[in-house]
Design a binder for this molecule. Structure first.
Ligand code: ZN
Ligand code: ZN
Length: 347
């Protein structure tokens, strides 16, 4: 019999999130049932809850930064046992057979992956995410949270962590590399920690110097205000890699001028409208203007293991479920250092 669990749901694009009950499917042979302990609040949750990325299928329980404990496993599950500490990120299923899935890039499944929420599962039912007490997920989309990372600071790693880890790895952040991170928010603060742990020399490019102390504490060596035109003059041609975590229109030509020859400017944010840049900005200097979307499951596990090894978690503010609407307003006002995490015991 499916289990009914408490949750917080969006019921329309304009109403606040409210208490809700959601049904979780029976544990199938390959399924893992997870008692959710913490769920991070990602900006994508807000976009979805408010139908800003196309109409949502209401009611919808969002949340794709999930950390919890295994409570039941199916008969064919080999990798997890009751009591294990686990996490679930942005995806809960995919075809498992296409070239992208077999290469470990389930986020680019040719059949389309099944999102953790506001998607449709293989059983034809809508998926609901982490702002809830429990979830049932097929084993292949569950990651292990190593001992040594607390579950509250681990939850945001499942989206903010992998979203920044993947491009840093792909574009070779490491010793001898100069990496700039644009934006010092939920994604940006993770990019700083991860790039520093990889051995790169890290610079934060933020609108103001308000969070400079934090940036330096989290691993950056330099911190510049992008509101100061002198920053762009001073840093011309400096970086091997720039990770842009800001989802807004920027003067991309100005940012591209900060890249060294063969440097890459990689976007993980998604501005709503098309952006423009002069092709001179990439052609001169063999520069790349690129993008990166989360990471596959294998890489997500690698990221969690890396974080455990380096003692990295997210900087979080843990909140009760009834504070979620307030938290949304604060996320929109950039008034959080640096990720809200819902304590699901308060649902
Ligand atoms: Zn997210
Ligand atoms: Zn596939």
């Amino acid at each position: 019999m499916p289990t009914t669990v408490k949750a917080y749901a969006a019921t329309s694009a304009t109403e606040p999130l409210t208490p809700f009950e959601v049904e979780r499917r029976d544990v199938g042979p390959k399924d893992v049932a997870i008692d959710i302990k913490f769920a991070g609040i990602c900006h994508s949750d807000i976009h979805t809850a408010r139908s800003e990325w196309g109409p949502a299928n209401y009611p919808v329980v969002v949340g794709h930064e999930i950390a919890g404990i295994v409570t039941e496993v199916g008969s064919e599950v080999t990798r997890y046992a009751v009591g294990d500490r686990v996490g679930v990120g942005c995806m809960v299923d995919s075809c498992g057979e296409c070239k992208n899935c077999t290469a470990g890039s389930e986020q680019f499944c040719l059949q389309g992956n099944v999102g953790t929420y506001n998607s449709v599962g293989k059983d034809g039912r809508p998926t609901h995410g982490g702002y809830s007490q429990a979830i049932v997920v097929t084993e292949g989309f569950v990651c292990r949270i190593p001992d040594g990372i607390e579950l509250d600071v681990a939850a945001p790693l499942l989206c903010a962590g992998i979203t920044t880890y993947s491009p840093l790895r792909h574009w070779g952040a490491g010793p001898g590399k100069k990496v700039a991170v644009v934006g010092m928010g939920g994604l940006g603060h993770m990019a700083v920690k991860l790039a520093a742990a990889m051995g790169a020399e890290v610079t934060v490019l933020s609108q103001s110097l308000k969070k400079e102390e934090d940036g330096l504490r989290l691993g950056a060596t330099h911190y510049y205000a992008t509101s100061d035109p002198a920053t762009f003059e001073q840093l011309k041609g400096s970086f091997d890699l720039i990770v842009n975590t800001v989802s807004a229109q920027l003067d991309f030509d100005a940012y591209l001028s900060l890249l060294d020859v063969n440097g890459a400017f990689v976007n993980v944010g998604l501005p709503e409208d098309p952006v423009s840049l002069r092709m001179f900005s990439v052609v001169m200097g063999n520069r790349s203007f690129a993008g990166s979307n989360i990471g596959g499951i294998r890489e997500t596990q690698e990221m969690l293991d890396f974080c455990a090894e380096h003692g990295i978690g997210s900087e979080v503010e843990v909140i009760a479920a009834d504070k979620v609407n307030e938290a949304y307003e604060r996320v929109l006002a950039s008034d959080v250092r640096y990720r809200f995490v819902i304590d699901t015991a308060t649902l």
